[in-house]
Write a protein of this length. Sequence first.
Length: 218
Amino acid sequence: MIEQILAAQVASAEAFDDAGPGELFAQERASLGDAAAKRVAEFTTVRTCARRALTRLGLPAVPIVRGRGGAPRWPEGIVGSMTHCRGYRAAAVAHAVDIVTIGIDAEVHEPLADGVLPYIASVDERAQVQSLSRQETHMHWDRVLFSAKESVYKAWFPLTSRWLDFTEAVVTIDPDRGRFGTRLLVTGPTGPGGSLVGFDGRWLVRDGLVLTAVVVGN
């Protein structure tokens, strides 16, 4: 499912539960400490997805430990992103010569908790969500917005090693084309052609899930 919103150069893998086979490398298991069984299962499955995706690029299975800010530490020359939510886990990877950065996010397609939207969205973004919600009442556009911002952050962080606040990026959702645009309100990282002023992404709502992806090509 996630492959539908990714570029052709990106390899991906996904799972809808933790029932499949999967093992952790010693370094990965050690990083979990005394985490609960549910956390261990999610962690294992999403890394199993990541290793499956890496094999599609012709790479061997390797440990994927957490680096700065908790972001995955990918093999040399690889960029990627991972995500998990209730009922879904996924990973997406690509060669750095093809893709500058990737950010993916998955969310259950349900409304945000009360009080969350004003915290993550500007006045204009909240107005956008309200307008879209009037047009398509079955859609939880606040959740789509939240997921888009998560994907933007995951694409941003590997390039900057800096936190990006929800209010430092303005997202505009295209409801007809399954796309979104993001305008950065802070100085962006250097990308192809100079400093990035924003990110473009794609979104998909299906089977009770919201999936979003940002892929920046070279």
